[in-house]
Design a protein around this ligand. Structure first.
Ligand code: SAM
Length: 203
């Protein structure tokens, strides 16, 4: 098994030394998408420090791709639990393979559309511009799913409604967000990485 070979050659913690090394956890088709579609390790660390400021919180990555944010956050801030929901089954499989290679305990991945997920059991949220692929001018990762402006609007509306129902104090970290998905009562409390990474708390 390639996974077992990987884990026996490189100690789990060394995979987090650099994005290039972490990239090696995935098949070439996914690692080539890494720069554009998956969260850099430095961003994952900063976002996790904000989201997991308290112990034992449950954090959801909305559109988790190959699981890079969840797996890195779970490594750098291990006293929280991280769940990723992802619509592409092949990416969920890759996320689970990477989780297995690293032996990550505090991470879970769900295959599905976030619109169908109950947000009740999650305390805080991470969002890396997941719906932007619905614009025709974006370089999409594949042709497996439908893209449309209507879906973009529908997803933003659905996420706004779900975040709207969360209690005061809920934290959200966004990376490269258009902010169309953010309810008005979430306030920016900090920014990093030239304003591309924003930290929000619900009033
Ligand atoms: C920019 S990638 C971010 C991946 C991951 N959060 C990270 O930071 O490494 C966005 C992901 O969101 C997923 N996505 C988009 N719309 C979704 C939806 N409605 N439900 C679940 N996943 C979705 C895409 O398939 C893609 O893998």
């Amino acid at each position: 098994m390639p996974t077992d070979r990987k884990s026996s050659i490189i100690p789990a913690s060394n995979w987090f030394d650099s994005d290039e090394r972490f990239d090696g956890l995935y098949p070439a088709s996914s690692s080539s998408l890494m720069k554009r579609h998956w969260t850099p390790l430095q961003v994952a660390t900063k976002a996790a420090q904000f989201l997991a400021a308290e112990k034992n919180v449950s954090i959801l990555d909305i559109g988790s791709g190959v699981g890079k944010f969840c797996i890195a956050a779970a490594h750098f801030m291990p006293e929280a639990f991280y769940t990723g929901i992802e619509q592409r089954e092949n990416l969920v499989e890759q996320a689970n393979e990477a989780k297995k290679t690293l032996g990550s305990k505090n991470v879970d991945f769900i295959h599905g559309n976030f619109t169908k997920l109950n947000f009740k059991k999650f305390d805080h949220f991470y969002f890396f511009n997941s719906f932007y692929e619905n614009f025709s001018f974006t370089e999409n990762m594949d042709t497996e799913i439908e893209y449309s402006k209507e879906l973009y609007e529908q997803y933003n509306y659905s996420l706004r409604m779900k975040l709207e129902q969360k209690p005061s104090g809920t934290r959200l970290a966004t990376f490269h967000s258009t902010e169309d998905e953010i309810p008005e009562n979430f306030l920016v409390v900090g920014t990093e990485m030239d304003n591309t990474l924003k930290f929000w708390i619900k009033l």
